[in-house]
Write a protein that binds this ligand. Structure first.
Ligand SMILES: Cc1cc2nc3c(=O)[nH]c(=O)nc-3n(C[C@H](O)[C@H](O)[C@H](O)COP(=O)(O)O)c2cc1C
Length: 199
């Protein structure tokens, strides 16, 4: 069983990193192979260069490694802050370049891109952990929580991942150590639950 963790936060002391550490602690069990990509730490290039048009292969070995890890994953865990109601650009570039045609989805034979995409991912479960500084009521009422649709519908459902749990913890800026401890416990519980549905 392979678990893939993607972290997109430029601050190693962020709550996103603390959540990734909490999930990793749960995943450290016999039989689980953990693959972690900290996108800022590894200098992931989110910009699709000229020549990658078509989105099915890359000259960048790091992109090919990411695609191989994504295809092999049984459980996918994503950690990033809410930036302007969207993923940080580096995370968006990961989606653009890694969650790609032929790796994560395909078009029906004989119909091509005019048809509806079909999911190719082996993973049956995904967890998305976000942080923000907006109270949840304001996020829902004013902004409509765009990250919910991006991850659940546009990315994971399209790619065939059927069980997607997402939490957005916050406001981080006003949180107490006790609250953060409870949130990290919830990350651990959700990670443990997801293991039962992965693969
Ligand atoms: C460029 C940028 C854009 C941001 N946009 C939002 C936003 O739209 N909504 C929000 O609630 N917080 C926003 N924030 C605040 C971050 O979400 C917050 O700093 C982060 O979630 C804190 O968690 P962390 O410790 O994991 O970094 C933004 C921060 C930055 C740097």
């Amino acid at each position: 069983m392979q678990a893939l963790l993607i972290i997109a936060n430029p601050n190693p002391g962020s709550f996103a990193h603390a959540m990734a550490a909490a999930a990793t602690a749960v995943l450290q069990r016999p039989g689980i192979d953990i693959v972690t990509h900290d996108l800022y730490a590894e200098g992931f290039n989110p910009v699709q260069p000229v020549g990658e048009f078509g989105n099915t292969r890359s000259d960048d070995p790091l992109i090919e490694a990411h695609c191989a890890h994504l295809a092999a994953a049984d459980l996918i865990l994503v950690f990033h802050p809410n930036w302007w109601s969207q993923p940080p650009a580096i995370m968006k570039g990961w989606i653009d370049r890694v969650v790609r045609l032929g790796t994560a989805y395909r078009y029906p034979e004989g119909v091509g891109a005019a048809g509806s995409p079909q999911g190719l991912l082996k993973a049956r479960a995904a967890l998305v952990f976000n942080t923000s500084n907006t109270p949840p009521e304001r996020e829902a009422a004013i902004f409509g929580d765009p990250l919910e649709g991006i991850w659940k519908k546009s990315v994971f459902a399209l790619c065939g991942v059927t069980r997607v749990e997402r939490r957005m913890f916050g406001p981080i800026a006003a949180s107490t150590p006790e609250q953060r401890r409870m949130w990290l416990d919830e990350v651990g519980r959700l990670t443990s639950d997801a293991l039962a549905h992965a693969g």
